[in-house]
Design a binder for this molecule. Sequence first.
Ligand code: UT7
Length: 333
Amino acid sequence: MTNRTQNAVITGVGMYVPETVLDNKYFEKIVDTTNEWILSRTGISERRIIENGTTSDLATGALRDLMASSGLQAEDIDVIIICTITPDMFFPATACIVQNNVGAKNAWGFDLSAACSGFLFGLETGSALIESGRYKKVVVIGADKMSSVIDYTDRNTCILFGDAASAVLLESTSDTNYGIQDSILHCDGSGKDALCMLGGGSKNPASYETIDKGYHFIYQDGKTVFKAAVNGMADVSYKIMQKHNLTGDDVAYLVPHQANLRIIDATAKKMNITRDKVMINIGKYGNTTAATIPLCLTEYYRDGKVKKGDKLILAAFGAGFTWGSMYIVWGID
Ligand code: UT7
């Protein structure tokens, strides 16, 4: 399958979703929208919001769940990668806070910013650390408190996003039939204005003016992002399938970023993959940015729907623009 003698393989999963549920009826009360519009245009019924807590709390919850379910000991973790665009603070990295929360005293770590493609970029980075032979246990966590950057008076964006975190453990396997097989990843900064948060960084440091202009909220040109997402995700997913001589029949699941059910359906159609072979949980959680893909993997695995040896195509598109696809073979019994 590959020329490598060792592959990185996912050997454990974990997740954390906060308790508070905001359903579509709630949004009918706060902005000019309807349950029918939200459901038909996005596929979202409800999303979760953390009321008293931060991204590190979400990530810590997911890591603790991973540790409890996989037997991973805190002191055995070598690296913690937190994929997020909503870190607790600019610095220190959220990874440091999570490291301290779980007592991973032998770990180093860092935050990775690639928006909705964050988990794929993190999985690629974590895999390379494992394949280098220098690290044995790398944790990759997608975590975002999107409610911290949402304008709840903007109907274009507020209905879309939710808060969540999900974690995977990467270890090495000498059976290269399993694990992370390949990736095609891209970024294109010419799309930077279509999906961004303008304020707070070195371009527009926080000021009364940036607050007045709402620069601390997400801005999205939905239509532009929609088109780019369908084309980008389908293109790389199709390419990676071709490269590995995979047909829709060979693939157990497409695992797409959960931004919009119409984007997911359009991507699957272009790949000739039927709806029953697409992981979907957007209805329950909305778009949780870096958390969507590992959240799908965790839920489908725990529901017994993913089996060892299953071929999965992961695909994402997000701010940057960033996008990509990964081919993995599930390695947990
Ligand atoms: O995860 C990162 C990547 N992000 C994405 O992939 C998201 C990509 N974009 C999308 O998913 C879709 O573009 C949206 C769900 C954001 C919007 O759906 P759309 O079908 O593209 O709607 P639109 O932006 O073309 O708006 C159509 C109409 C507009 O009204 P007018 O101008 O035609 O009168 C909007 O103002 O729908 C209106 N609208 C709403 N109406 C009711 C926008 N949001 C709402 C709403 N409720 N919540």
